[in-house]
Design a protein around this ligand. Structure first.
Ligand code: ZN
Length: 132
């Protein structure tokens, strides 16, 4: 039976491990098998690259009506973060007052519980962002 994509990606998600193109130096997260910029020259030259986890808030939104399994956490703030190495990540900003959050604010990734699946008793973890 095929392992769902989500589960295969978990080690990379947990550790913020992306791929770096050894030709142009661009960093990709989630990891990509081929650099889309210089794919002809760089086939096979993508190497694992661990993001430092630091970046800058590009935009954010306050969620008042969460999707299923996220109820009880509202309101919460989801932000688009430009990581220092270049990739953009979407994540929740935690441990911060809503009015403290600004575009351009420095943040760093931290490992947190993302959601509970009450029925199955499963708990999902991943990265969230806190003020640097
Ligand atoms: Zn490249």
């Amino acid at each position: 039976m095929a392992v769902p994509r989500y589960w295969r990606e978990i080690p990379a998600r947990y550790n913020l491990i992306g791929k770096k193109c050894t030709v142009c130096g661009r960093v990709y997260f989630p990891p990509r098998p081929i650099c889309p910029v210089c794919r002809r020259k760089s086939a096979g030259k993508m190497v694992d690259y661990k993001l430092k986890g630091t970046g800058t808030v590009v935009s954010y939104t306050v969620i008042h009506s969460p999707p299923p399994h996220f109820e009880g956490e509202e309101p919460y703030v989801m932000a688009l973060i430009k990581m220092d190495e270049g990739p953009h990540l979407i994540g929740e900003i935690v441990d911060c007052e809503e009015d403290e959050i600004k575009i351009g604010m420095r943040v760093k990734a931290t490992f947190r519980r993302i959601m509970d699946d009450g029925e199955k008793g499963a708990i999902y973890y991943g990265y969230k962002f806190v003020k640097e």
